[in-house]
Design a protein around this ligand. Sequence first.
Ligand code: 2HA
Ligand code: ZN
Length: 280
Amino acid sequence: MYQSLLDSNPSLSPVLAEITRVGRYLWHKGWAERNAGNISVRITGILKEATFDRIAAPELPLSNPFPELAGEIFIMTGTGKRMRDIYTDPFNNTLIIHIEKGGTAYRVISHSIDTLGDLRPTSELSSHLNIHLFLRNNRPNSKVVVHTHPGELIALTHHPDLKNEKVINQLIWSMHPEAIVVLPKGVGLVPYTLTGSHSLGVVTLKALENHDVVLWEKHGCLAVGQGVEEAFDLIDVVSKSADIYFKCRQAGFVPEGLTPEQLEQLRRAFGEEEPKTDDC
Ligand code: 2HA
Ligand code: ZN
């Protein structure tokens, strides 16, 4: 079924290829231990209704209903699946779901009952759907959610003094000129919330109102964007800042960081808008 969807929907292959490519980057970065991380893309409109038999597809309940997402289609990584396996075997590690009328169930349109096995949507499905709903309503071109576990970013959120959006963004910006250029609004900071919970999606939404990247305290980070590579790039830049910070600390010195004047010069040279340092 998956292969026939790809054959009859030419725009689907590049999306799947991007997911598998980024899955491989995440593994090589060391950000995807075991089954860590998940990726989803809203692909409604890419799949033609006539190319799949919705009614024949396996139907499964959604633990949290999303009536406003009825009719939407998503491609995503499977729960318990390894990022490093997605590249070599995408058909058994990713799946495509259609949200059913009423939003209380979904159908796996990429697989039949016989081929589905233990393949189920990411354990962070609830967060991802919440975010996709927000993006569709507020930033319709942003169709991608990437969640991963960069050790250097998780380590930052363990520092008691850095559990403050303003402070952590000053640190991130000051470590690397790219950071303020690519993320002039900085990152959002989400207080520790149970993994896989509906609440995690709810608190993440608040942080996404002003940001494209959020740090999940003591867990990882999440980025949204128009493409999977683009979301990956944002996380990569933030991680580089954290990496530089820790390299300096490991070498035994506290990094000087870019000065306020240097940051201001970067904002003026590259910024489209003033970053909100008080409430970002
Ligand atoms: O998919 O990373 O947050 C495993 C996780 C859950
Ligand atoms: Zn995670």
